[in-house]
Ligand binder design. Structure first.
Ligand SMILES: CC(C)CC(=O)SCCNC(=O)CCNC(=O)[C@H](O)C(C)(C)COP(=O)(O)OP(=O)(O)OC[C@H]1O[C@@H](n2cnc3c(N)ncnc32)[C@H](O)[C@@H]1OP(=O)(O)O
Ligand SMILES: Nc1ncnc2c1ncn2[C@@H]1O[C@H](COP(=O)(O)OP(=O)(O)OP(=O)(O)O)[C@@H](O)[C@H]1O
Ligand SMILES: O=C(O)CCC(=O)C(=O)O
Ligand SMILES: [Fe+2]
Ligand SMILES: [Mg+2]
Length: 307
């Protein structure tokens, strides 16, 4: 990791490490209640509100993820694609944005275009892309896990390239909490929105259902022959026999998942660039995590704070 990225991670760990469960107990007038006050034994990973059906809650509790169909409109997705194109062509420049290229082409001097950018991270300063994190229908579901005071602690748009044959387009199986070892983990959620049809051919999300109930495992670079992208750490000793579920999704479908859920994605065997948008959301304490709002990772105010 370069010094800038390391500093950012330290910052987020410093600030978010201070959040404690008592900070995220929602105000009684909000319609949500504290995770411990209603069905403590029954529901550990979802909060009480009227948005999720009982079946949806039970599914997330058991499996650690939940797919909501058709959540983001084609029009919004087109706007995000257009803005991503402008960033790749350097028509829009953002100071804190991280632009990543696939390791198999990172040393080549290629003209700026969508075909050389594998992912962008920290797009919170781009109003058009950050609109994704503020979409009411996204926040509505995020709130079921974080409670009402929400901040985006990380943002990404992934443009998984066609695999060059070295399998470097794979994302090894990992837990997101490895990158953000802060808590309480049950109140953090990742949203992953398919920006087109995604299946095993173009490298869909692969999950190991139920692994959110386990602990944070040691991660390291996989020992893969073709090379591994910077910071793409994987779990070394996961159970090879555990069921892997490939999530086939349509454009606009969004999967919400727990930061301990083991997941990854396979190589992209098509010639297209498979696109998804991701924010990782966390609760913000009732006293605010004021300094977070000044850091690249901490963006609060997605919903009005309760007093
Ligand atoms: C849950 C979720 C959050 C999971 C995550 O993704 S957390 C990851 C958090 N993200 C990060 O920490 C971003 C890390 N990013 C970085 O380290 C850098 O900014 C890069 C994206 C690699 C780009 O570096 P930058 O300095 O702008 O560009 P350069 O082209 O000069 O590259 C510097 C050295 O890095 C190498 N590099 C670039 N791209 C990759 C790659 N994909 N995989 C492996 N190595 C790579 C590049 O070859 C160069 O190496 P040297 O020539 O110095 O030996
Ligand atoms: N042999 C392996 N060892 C470790 N991780 C693997 C292995 N094979 C796949 N994975 C990981 O499992 C996840 C899903 O892989 P998956 O098998 O779907 O894709 P793939 O092997 O790239 O392509 P294919 O669809 O041809 O199997 C990815 O995170 C991938 O990195
Ligand atoms: O879309 C993918 O390839 C998975 C991305 C992911 O899990 C991550 O960046 O943490
Ligand atoms: Fe991840
Ligand atoms: Mg495979």
């Amino acid at each position: 990791m370069d010094a800038r990225a390391a500093a950012r991670l330290r910052t987020v760990l410093g600030h978010l490490g201070r959040l404690e469960p008592r900070d995220v107990v929602a105000h009684p007038t909000s319609g949500t209640v504290s995770p411990t006050s209603f069905h403590p034994q029954q529901f550990q990973f979802t909060l009480d509100n009227s948005i999720l059906s009982l079946e949806q809650r039970q599914f997330y509790e058991e499996n650690g993820y939940l797919v909501i169909k058709n959540l983001v409109s084609d029009e919004d997705i087109q706007r995000f694609r257009d803005e991503f194109g402008k960033i790749c062509r350097k028509e829009v420049k953002l100071d804190r944005l991280v632009i990543m290229k696939d390791v198999s082409i990172s040393k080549l001097q290629l003209a700026p275009s969508e075909k050389v950018v594998t992912k962008i991270q920290d797009f919170q300063e781009d109003p058009e892309l950050f609109r994704y994190c503020t979409l009411p229908q996204i926040l509505k579901y995020v709130e079921c896990f974080t409670g009402p005071n929400i901040m985006a602690m990380h943002t990404m748009l992934i443009n998984k390239p066609p695999d060059t044959g070295k399998k470097t387009s794979r994302h090894p199986l990992h837990q997101d909490l490895h990158y953000f070892p802060c808590g309480p983990s049950n109140l953090i959620v990742c949203a992953w929105t398919a920006m087109e049809h995604i299946d095993r051919n173009n490298g869909c999300l692969v999950v190991l259902p139920g692994t959110h109930k386990g602990s944070l495992k040691p991660h390291d670079y996989p020992k893969w022959e073709g090379g591994v992208n910077k910071m793409y750490h994987g779990i070394q000793d996961y159970d090879e026999n555990s069921a892997r579920v490939h999530l086939v999704m349509e454009k606009g479908d969004t999967v919400f998942f727990h930061p301990l859920l083991i997941h990854g994605s396979g190589r992209n065997k098509t010639q297209g660039f498979r696109k998804v948008g991701i924010p990782i959301a966390a609760p913000i304490g009732k006293d605010g995590c004021v300094s977070c709002s000044a850091t690249p990772y901490g963006y609060d105010g997605l919903k009005p704070k309760n007093p």
